[in-house]
Each structure stands twice: as C-alpha cells, then as structure tokens.
Design a protein around this ligand. Structure first.
Ligand code: NCD
Length: 497
C-alpha cells in the first residue's frame, strides 16, 4: 500500500514508524548536511500538490516537504482558477498530473473520498490532505508526532477534542488514530456539531473504553493533558442572520482564554490544527503567552511528518491495517440436503427445473421480486407465493422461478434484502443444491451511499461505482468505501436500481 487515504487503513506499526521517521527528519532538517542528504533523495522528481480547497499550512508544508526531498512541485491552490469550475470531473483533472510525470500526489477536495477515488484511477500513490468533512490523516499523524514530542508518549494521556465534531475532519482522524493507544478521549461539542455517533462507536469498539461526552469546556480544561481545539467549519453549512447570531453565541462557549487555563493542569498542552477564526477566537490571543500553547510548534511539525509520508509513498509504502475478519467470499452457505426437509416431489408447485427462493420474510416477497428485477422478466415463468405457512417462521413468502438460476448480482441483492431467504436449485424435480446467500466482503454497484458529500453519491456526477464492505453479517453492517459511513440493518440500506 503506497497511498495514505485514511487513518483507518494504517496499522499501529505504520503510525509508530512514521513518527520515528519524522523525528529523525526533524533532526536532519536542522543541519546543512542533513538537508543536503534529504535534497539528494528525490532530486528532479515531481510531486503534485492538488489542493482544491482553501489551505495554508497543509498546502505549503506539502510543498516544503517535497522540496526538502529535492522534488519539483506542481500545485493547485484552491478550486478557483481550475477547470473544476467548468464542471470537469475530478479524476480528469488529477490524471493530467500523472501525465506530466508526477510520481506522487497530495490531494484536498470538498467531497469525501475524492482522494481515494483518484488513487483508484491513477497509477501513482495519493495522500488525503483533507476530504470535505471526512478525514485529514496527515494532520492526525503530525498531531501524534507532536503529542509524543511534548509528552514522550501518547499512552496514558487524556485528550479532549473540542469544537466541531461534526464537520471537523482533523478531529475525525485524530480520534481514529487514538484507537491504537491507551488514551482517554473526551468530546466537547454542542449537540448540533457533535461527533457522529458511528465514529464514537468505532473508537469505543476498538479500545473497549467509553468516551466522555460533555458540552462543558471547563470539564475538559480541568483534567486534560491535550486540549485539541478546532474551528467551527463555517464554510460547510449556511446560516440566515438569526442563525449566525446563535452560531457566534454558541462558539463563545467552546472558546478558551488564559484566565480559563488557570484551572488547568500544569502539563496541559493546547493544540489546534489552525487556522483560528478571528471573528470567534476559539483560542484567545493571550493563550499564546502561556506555557500551554503548543499549536505553532504543532504546525511546524507538518513539514517533517510530510517528508516522512512522501518518503514512504515513494519508497517502502505502508503495511496497512489488518482487513476485516470477515473472510468468507463464497455466495452460498450450503445447507445439507439430507438434514433439511426442503420441497418434496409431491408438492404441487414443484418445478421441473429452476430456482425456488424460500423462507423470504413474510411481506417481503414482492420487494424481492422487484429488487431482483424479476417483475420485468416478461418471458420468465414465475410464481410468487405469499403468506405461506412456515413451520419455522409462522408465515413466509416464496418465489418459484422456472428454468432460471440467479446470477451473482441477484444473489447479492437477495442477501441485502432478506436475512432468512434460502435458495434451492431444482433439476428434474429434485433439489440438487440448497443454501443461504452469503454476502461477499466487497459489494460493488449494489448499494446507494446516502451521505450527501460522499463522492460516490450520484448527485455529484463523478461516475463512481458504489463500493461497500460487509463488516458484520447479523445484524448486517456495511460501510462505504469512500466515506466510511456505516449502514446498520437491512431496513436502512438503499439499493441502487
Ligand atoms: C484544518 C483543515 O483544513 O482541515 N486545517 C489544517 O489542515 N491544518 C482545520 C480547519 O480548517 O479548521
């Protein structure tokens, strides 16, 4: 793996290695000899820094990092001034840079999953420099590097995440990174900007620890080692005049000043990915003069960390997180014919040849017909059986299809609609094979992502094939490949037509 698109994709070893390498690079950068050695590593190679949203630190530190390694850099600085404004698909824009000879790219975009999509379409490694309100993995890595620099270790710390948990991508990535450490996490946000519950669930499941959730910033100031302040992402939502006033009043409650920090522990370090919003001042100017302020040092660490990241992208790559334990890839969970009764020859509806879909949840038969597209097969003879008595379920629906076997795509759709359906293949009036659908780990083209800003959402016209991963069978849980949003329960899954 040479692309770095989400903290979710990295192993703990990847994170630790990057931190160690960034430490080394920071030392090297401080001497002329070290700088010279770094400059010779990728002299005359080309890096693409494709930043389609406003950015100061991320953009310039990627430039600086690539140049530190001797590279030339092609840059996009904001979507304005590019053909994205003329409606160009993002994959077309990005492809040009590969054509120019760029060997790796950093990319920031307002749509979640855009860097991942580009990494799939291009042959060069890509890193995510911030995708909408999704993730910002390189920021989380530089945060982790800075926490380790300041405290010696990440384990054992209390980290408070303050501000915009909903749209704050830096907070999303840092929370994911914290899953690998023995830390206590506290989320301090107003309800309407709370961290999505599924991200909290991910953290709690991975660590077995409960996160603390509060709307009182003093709760955090009194106990935290790291106070990770964030900006409310005003550009990601619209507000009328009344809404704006309420918004600023709310922000005041998630802002800190030097007086408030008098109640903090001596070791408390204030972090912020920056920029601070000057009409809010979530960190007052007077905090800069206290021993707690660490956000400028944090920002400076962006360069050595990004040098380490580019080196890995062009060199050894990343080991990657262990994939889901969900290994099964077959479409059938066979049911032993001798053990189960199944249809009998004397059953009046039995087919000569074909498929019997049995044990469909009572009331779902017609939906299954529609989802499988069978309602449009004019030539095929099929019989839906509704409200049939069932020993196991009381009532059930069945569908009998003459002379046809379902294809893989239809089997997947059946598995996504029904948790109980069984399929029997019938030849010469005998059941020769019977089983339940077993969804494969990867589902392509079946499920519609409903996250509004996900690049795979059809409204964005980016021609992305929907891809979901099955993370759990019962209750069924699938996760979008592009925005990582999980969908739990068949009733919440929207199938593509
Ligand atoms: C952040 C971003 O753009 O996600 N800044 C950064 O990259 N250092 C945070 C922000 O804009 O508030």
């Amino acid at each position: 793996m040479h692309s770095l698109l989400s903290i979710r994709d990295l192993s703990k070893k990847d994170i630790e290695t990057l931190i160690l390498e960034a430490e080394e690079i920071k030392k090297e950068i401080s001497t002329e000899k070290g700088r010279e050695a770094l400059r010779n590593q990728y002299k005359n190679h080309l890096f693409a820094n494709l930043i389609f949203e406003d950015s100061t630190r991320t953009r310039t530190s990627f430039n600086r990092a690539a140049r530190t390694l001797g590279m030339d850099v092609e840059t996009i600085a904001g979507a304005g001034g590019t053909s994205v404004k003329k409606g160009e698909p993002v994959t077309h824009t990005a492809r040009m840079f590969q054509g120019y000879g760029c060997e790796a790219a950093a990319m920031r975009h307002k749509l979640i999953g855009a860097p991942r999509l580009v990494s799939e379409k291009l042959n060069i490694p890509v890193t995510n420099a911030g995708d909408g309100y999704g993730e910002h993995p390189t920021q989380a890595l530089l945060d982790a590097f800075t926490i380790k620099e300041r405290f010696g270790s990440i384990d054992g710390l209390k980290i408070a995440m303050v501000g915009d948990g909903k749209y704050g991508r830096t907070m999303h990535s840092l929370t994911q990174l914290a899953e690998h450490y023995n830390v206590e996490i506290m989320f301090v946000s107003p309800e309407q900007f709370a961290m999505p519950q599924w991200r909290i669930n991910d953290f709690e499941q991975a660590t077995g620890k409960k996160a603390t959730i509060t709307s009182n910033i003093m709760d955090a100031i009194k106990v935290a080692d790291v106070l990770n302040m964030t900006r409310f992402q005003r550009e990601r939502f619209t507000n009328d005049e009344e809404g704006k006033r309420e918004f600023f009043e709310m922000c005041a409650q998630y802002s800190i000043n030097a007086e408030m920090l008098k109640e903090a522990r001596r070791e408390l370090a204030v972090f912020h990915p920056l920029p601070i919003d000057k009409s809010i001042m979530e960190i007052a100017y007077n905090v800069e003069n206290t021993s707690h302020a660490y956000y400028f040092e944090q920002a400076e660490n962006g360069v050595p960390m990004r040098v380490a990241i580019i080196q890995r992208m062009l060199g050894k790559g990343f080991e990657g997180r262990e994939k889901s334990p969900y290994k099964h890839s077959g479409l059938w969970d066979p049911i032993n014919l001798s053990e189960k009764k199944g249809p009998k020859e004397q059953d009046t509806w039995i087919l000569e040849n074909g498929t019997l879909i049995d044990h469909i949840e009572h009331g779902k038969g017609l939906e299954v017909l529609r989802v499988l597209g069978l309602d449009k097969w004019e030539e095929t003879k099929l019989t839906p059986g509704l409200n049939i008595n069932s020993v196991k379920y009381g009532k059930k629906d069945i569908i009998v299809i003459q002379d046809v076997e379902l294809n893989d795509y239809q089997l997947n759709k059946l598995g996504l609609v029904s948790s109980t359906a069984t399929i029997a293949i019938i030849e010469n009036k005998k059941v020769i094979k019977k089983g339940k659908v077993h969804l494969p780990y990867k589902l392509t083209g079946e499920i519609e992502c409903q996250e509004p800003d996900c690049i795979s959402n059809k409204i964005h016209l980016e021609n992305v094939q929907s891809t979901f991963y099955v993370e759990n069978r019962e209750p069924l849980e699938v996760r979008c490949n592009y925005c990582a949003t999980p969908i739990v329960g068949r009733e919440n899954i929207k199938l593509l037509q």
